[in-house]
Design a protein around this ligand. Structure first.
Ligand SMILES: [Zn+2]
Length: 97
């Protein structure tokens, strides 16, 4: 599961997963993920969305770069961050030759 690159799932209730939020100092597993839809929400820092919104918040990149990075993850099985240049990601995924 994509989010497990960044966190450890601590609790599961049906398709709802709970983890400590990687976006703020968290002690209570405030971060919830719907395993079926990929949607997440943090009850501590009140952020949420899907995978690209998480990438944007985690790495501090624009939504466009985050979308490209997630497409790249889906195609190649790993994220380009932090080792590859953002502009290369955009070129490879959004603007193929
Ligand atoms: Zn949070």
């Amino acid at each position: 599961m994509f989010y497990e690159l960044f966190l450890t799932v601590e609790k599961r209730s049906g398709s709802q997963l709970y983890a400590k939020c990687p976006l703020h100092p968290d002690t209570n597993a405030s971060f919830t993920i719907n395993e079926d839809t990929g949607e997440w929400f943090c009850h501590g820092c009140a952020q949420g969305g899907k995978e690209p919104e998480f990438i944007s918040a985690y790495f501090g990149v624009s939504h466009q770069v985050a979308l490209a990075a997630y497409k790249s993850y889906e195609q190649r099985g790993h994220l380009p961050f932090p080792t590859e240049d953002y502009t290369d990601v955009l070129k490879a995924v959004i603007m193929p030759k």
